[in-house]
Design a protein around this ligand. Structure first.
Ligand code: SAM
Length: 219
């Protein structure tokens, strides 16, 4: 996601400090203490401007949500979107300005029930394969933090990235529980919450790919 340099970044980030977790490693092993009555922890990696995670958090007050985003200028927009809601940022949603590569330093094993990868950067050049968020080294991290019945849910407009992701999931022994190359015309459309990218791509008539996978050894 290309962004112009954000104006007043620091004071604007400061205004949203209550909704950020700046030292997530310190919460490793203690995520449940944030909201003990929550039944599950769901994480979006690469939340962009935050439409999906904010709407999903409102729909599921019983779950805890963490939105991770690498780019500070981008997460600021997600934070401001959540803060601008009539009741402010939902109490079950917090944001981490960080890299998915650190996932296992942030979450303890067997702690996350769902990971969402929505319209991840496809990194089409072969020399950048290892940067793709569905490359085997990332899948290994997701497997580490997901619960035994945990789910990895991927949506993308990029057919080549989707093919790559399906083959990496198969190579690493994940179980495919649901898959479609046309999410919006499928049985999975009813519960779908659109992301910013999804809204833009589907408005142009692009099919949206979707897969739900469980960690190796589960069905
Ligand atoms: N999920 C949003 C959507 O569907 O509208 C944004 C999609 S955008 C193409 C991908 C986002 O993932 C970007 O904002 C990018 O900064 C973020 N991202 C890429 N690599 C990441 C990483 N390793 N850790 C966290 N976020 C990452």
């Amino acid at each position: 996601m290309r962004m112009r340099k954000m104006r007043n970044l620091e004071p604007r980030m400061e205004k949203c400090a209550a909704y950020r977790i700046d030292q997530p490693e310190t919460l490793r092993g203690n995520w449940r203490s944030l909201k003990p009555d929550c039944t599950a922890l769901w994480v979006e990696v690469g939340c962009g401007k935050g439409k999906f995670i904010t709407e999903t958090a409102l729909l599921h007050p019983e779950c805890d949500f963490i939105a991770m985003e690498l780019v500070t200028d981008v997460i600021l927009l997600a934070l401001e979107r959540a803060a601008a809601l009539p009741d402010g940022c939902p109490p079950n949603l917090r944001f981490i300005n960080g890299n998915a590569g650190h996932l296992t330093e942030i979450f303890e094993p067997d702690s996350v029930s769902r990971i969402f990868l929505n319209f991840s950067d496809p990194w089409p050049k072969a020399r950048h394969t290892k940067r793709r968020l569905t490359y085997s080294s990332f899948l290994e991290k997701y497997k580490n933090v997901l619960t035994s019945d945990g789910e990895l849910i991927i949506k993308t407009d990029n057919d080549d990235f989707f093919d790559f992701s399906l083959s990496e999931l198969a190579r690493c022994g994940w179980t495919i529980c649901a898959v479609t190359r046309d999410l919006h015309n499928s049985t999975y459309a009813a519960d779908n919450v659109m992301t910013e990218y999804e809204t833009a791509f589907s408005a142009r008539g692009k099919n949206i790919n979707y897969v739900l996978a469980r960690i190796p050894g589960e069905s």
